[in-house]
Design a protein around this ligand. Structure first.
Ligand code: HEC
Ligand code: HEC
Length: 319
């Protein structure tokens, strides 16, 4: 609340200072603002340094929309999951799925209980969120994604009830209200706690301590003997170069056929291209072709590197 109020103040101040520059632009001399009718409100300003004004009650109310876990901040109202079902289908299911299963990569809203300690936990409203109040707050504040704050309070109650219902946390005909929302117990309510671990592992030394003058902070890496790299058989090096260049610079498109990049080994995709000759293929790889940028986008590669990668592709395709 305090944070939001001061934020509103800053925003109000910024808005007005911008106006001051506009309205007073012509009259402004070295930081001095002449008062005209257009900028009179600036002169009346009550904020620090003479800029801005205190945020009004209405401005603060616009920002002060958080709902606390104990339900403070909830507007009067109430609705059931039944009330929310059609609305959810209309406005939410296209992204979150009819059962909250999530469409594509949009967030999953239901399920996932008991997965939080898995390697890939499924964090949903039901499995992860500690307070039901956050569901109301979040939907009201941020959803639907493309039209935040477009829902009425009643609609938010109905959708909150429906999302809780999808998580088996309320019955279909349970009326979720301003008075009972805070009493809904979320499965993961005890999963959050203040991290009380100390900032460092060291215990403060109070007696018989190390002489501070003997302590050095070092950041240079330990010096080790330089090792001469082994000289590999040049023939082998060339072959493996083409492969490693292909893997780091070309495979991201060619291995999966991104943007219709011809896949090495796919003889029909390559037949016609190969008939143009190795030099032509290298020229394409160097200069780019269609959706392929020059050198596959990695301009730091030498021409020989790119040619080696082309040879590697040809080798994979010939076999
Ligand atoms: C256009 C797609 C879209 C639509 C429609 C949509 N949402 Fe969302 N929703 C999202 C995206 C994207 C996020 C994640 C936003 C983020 O993390 O910043 C999200 C997040 C959420 C979350 C939080 C999920 C979590 O675990 O963090 C809830 C709850 C939610 N939406 C409910 C709704 C409801 C209720 C509606 C219908 C009024 C709705 N959404 C409509 C895309 C959508
Ligand atoms: C961003 C994706 C992308 C990357 C990265 C990429 N390519 Fe391509 N490549 C393509 C596409 C798409 C085509 C088909 C272009 C066309 O015919 O329009 C193609 C075609 C080619 C061809 C055939 C050219 C011809 O004349 O028919 C060769 C050879 C080739 N790539 C080699 C490489 C090499 C070598 C690398 C790595 C240095 C590489 N590509 C990296 C997307 C990519």
């Amino acid at each position: 609340m305090f944070r939001l109020a001061s934020l509103a103040l800053i925003v109000a101040a910024l808005g007005l200072s911008a106006c001051a520059a506009d309205a007073a632009g012509r009259n402004q001399v070295a930081g001095e603002i002449t008062v005209t009718e257009a900028n009179a409100s600036v002169a009346r300003s009550s904020g620090h340094f003479g800029y801005g004004q205190d945020a009004s009650e209405a401005e603060i109310a616009g920002w002060d929309i958080d709902i606390r876990p104990d339900g403070v901040g909830l507007p009067p109202g109430g609705a059931t999951a039944e009330d929310g079902e059609m609305l959810y289908e209309d406005q939410c299911a296209l992204c979150h799925g009819s059962f909250g299963e999530g469409v594509g990569r949009y967030p999953v809203l239901a399920g996932g209980e008991g997965t939080l300690t898995d390697e890939r936990p499924e964090k949903t409203v039901g499995s992860y969120w500690p307070y039901a109040s956050t569901v109301w707050d979040y939907i009201h504040r941020a959803m639907p994604f493309t039209q935040p704050e477009s829902l009425s309070d009643q609609e938010v109650y109905a959708l909150t009830a429906y999302v809780l219902y999808l998580n088996d946390l309320v019955e279909y005909d349970f009326e979720l209200t301003q008075d009972n929302l805070a009493s809904i117990e979320m499965p993961n309510k005890d999963g959050f706690f203040l991290d009380d671990r100390p900032d460092t592992n060291n215990v403060a030394c109070m007696s018989n301590c190390k002489d501070p003058a003997s302590i050095r902070i070092t950041s240079s890496p330990p010096v080790t003997e330089a090792v001469e790299p082994e000289v590999a058989d040049p023939g082998v090096a060339e072959a493996s170069d083409g492969r490693s260049i292909y893997e780091q610079a070309c495979a991201l498109c060619h291995a999966a056929g991104v943007g219709d990049a011809p896949i090495p080994g796919d003889a029909s995709a390559w037949a016609e291209r190969i008939s143009a000759g190795r030099e032509a293929l290298i020229a394409s790889a160097l200069g780019g072709k269609g959706l392929m940028p020059p050198k596959g986008g990695q301009v730091q590669l030498s021409d020989e590197d790119v040619a080696a990668a082309v040879d590697y592709i040809l080798e994979l395709t010939a076999n």
